[in-house]
Design a protein around this ligand. Sequence first.
Ligand SMILES: Cc1ncc(COP(=O)(O)O)c(C=O)c1O
Length: 433
Amino acid sequence: MLSKNTAMMQRDLEVIWHPCTQMKDHETLPLIPIKSGKGVYLYDFEGNSYIDAVSSWWVNLFGHTNEKINARIKAQLDTLEHVLLAGFTHEPAVELAHKLVKITPKELKKVFFVDNGSSAVEAALKMSYHYHLNLGKRKPLFLSLTNSYHGETIGALSVGDVSLYKETYAPLLISNRQVPVPIDQSEDAAKIALEGLEKVLEAHADEVAALIVEPLIQGAGGMHMYHPAYLNGARKLTEMYDVHLIADEIMTGFGRTGKMFAFDHTDISPDFMTLSKGLTGGYLPLSVVMTSDTVYQAFYCDYNENKAFLHSHSYTGNPLACAAALATLEIFEENDILGDNEKKSAYIREKSNKFLSLPNVKEVRQQGMVTAIELKGYDVKERVGLKLYEYALSEGVLLRPLGHIIYFMPPYIITYDEIDKMIDVAYKGIQKI
Ligand SMILES: Cc1ncc(COP(=O)(O)O)c(C=O)c1O
């Protein structure tokens, strides 16, 4: 008689091809079938619990099956589950768009709904290119930072720079050029990277539509972090050279960097901002591209002038997802989430200093509610991250290292005791490997 977990795993593997996975790994690596979730915990079919220290791929903010978000979705479900957003509208989308305009940098006045992170990046790239075209300029090239990640669809992959995901598809990609990311969190590194950006702009600005950045933290590129001075400088340069600045806040938005948005660490506005992940508290797929009145106006004219942005997705602005987003924003409004997070991240930082005493630890870095521990001395083929992943699961913590980078990105409702456990398990795991 198979255990409940094993039976579910076997039934899964008969039919499901999992994301970002070499499926053969599952000949030896068990899948973890999850039956339920509550707060920071996920539970399997045999009652084992796992602290979700990666917020289920960086989406969850206020825990699994959060009462407030659940109630809001349930109420919406009995009112309206979905309606197309072309020619029609609905209250959750309208209210959400108003709230987003209010809380994002001041130039961002218009909200274009999409339905997942990569699609939001695609839409922002197309919108930027199309804006210039509507003004009579052909600018088919994009700039992005070395080591960046913006998603897996063709356009989003083109502006990424993680070869593991990108290399295979190189012949399919659109025109993109990498400019240097600051090598560390210092202001000096930001200055040096800006010099690199300026050189490329000097030579190519007339073909470049936009520079896209993951502000302050490059997530999938190993939680690489840099100083806000880079964003200030990049804004100045892009303005000077008539190039858009796209802030991909899909991972950094909604408090992850210590402020509501990474751009709140500066006093500037990007031309576009993409948001997803935490937008619905981690419940439902939804994303937006936010942009300025200037961009919006370049598309606003008689239909026959052929300048409209004719881009759509079936589930654009889904009412259930918008309801989840409204509940998520209400939690921010009714509680001092950013203040509490500041204390929690200081605690995580202090506790994480002990990693520095381990001989295989190169660096500990932190930006708000994201903390990363970089290991040294390992070859990629050793799959050290996988070993840590397996060890942490056996101890009841879901960590999902990016190669030799271990990171904590927990839901904000994590308690101090749970933080202790998360860190202790990672510490013992690093000692063991
Ligand atoms: C910065 C950033 N942009 C875009 C994406 C893509 O989002 P999605 O996975 O919803 O397509 C991600 C996903 O991790 C991301 O971190």
